[in-house]
Design a protein around this ligand. Sequence first.
Ligand SMILES: [Zn+2]
Ligand SMILES: [Zn+2]
Length: 276
Amino acid sequence: MKTYDLHTHSTASDGLLDPTTLLERAGARKVDVMALTDHDSVGGIAEARKAAALAGVHLVAGVEISVSWQGQLIHIVGLNIDDSHPELLQGLESLRNRRDDRAVRMALKLEKIGIPSPLQGAQRYQTTDILSRSHFARYLVEIGKADTFDAAFKQFLNPGTPGHVSMEWATVAEAVTWIKDAGGKAVVAHPGRYRMSEVELHRFLNDFIDAGGYGIEVVCSNLDPVQIDRFARVARTYGLRASKGSDFHSPSSRRELGRLAPLPQDLTPVWQDQHW
Ligand SMILES: [Zn+2]
Ligand SMILES: [Zn+2]
């Protein structure tokens, strides 16, 4: 039985390890097949591919796309994509541009309430081409406007606060189409994390499947056995393939590469009939 981990992050988005170190860790932890799924970016795949060969890990090229569905942020993972596919790259770039626009609009709003140089301040914390709300939060703490990182969100960045700017990410149809056109499989990420009623979940899954969605994460590190049961039932009911992934971001968090419960046996895994 191979060990699969089909959801991980590197420094190409908000992970702490660079792709090489991440793959070395996967190898040391006896992960056989690992997908690198950075947020709205495939910038780490090329390096990961080289490191995977050395570490004896099979790398599945992936991405995690930010989607807006009825005002909620949903994540859709794409597995086994062609990371040089033009439409996918264009789509991801448009999401990064939207994020940049938001950063500029956020900075203007923060300036209006007397925060000095918010854009330049946030940029000092930026490590990749993605400038996120976290970077603003760190700056607000640095200049003493908020006591903690969480407080910065509560006072300045969350909906209903002076610095909030709402964001329209990709639609479900766009994200699934980009993934499919790039030869990949679209999978709903960490379904336990969304605040959805059963009815909303049903409507969302119908939209996802209509668009060509393929699978759902049934085992992720934040799911307890009750949740695994729940999403195993969802996979059966909707005929979705089952995936598993740790959503690993850093060695200091509780999520560890490859440390995942087995999928319930009657489910069809996303890797069935694939060569990975
Ligand atoms: Zn996610
Ligand atoms: Zn993730």
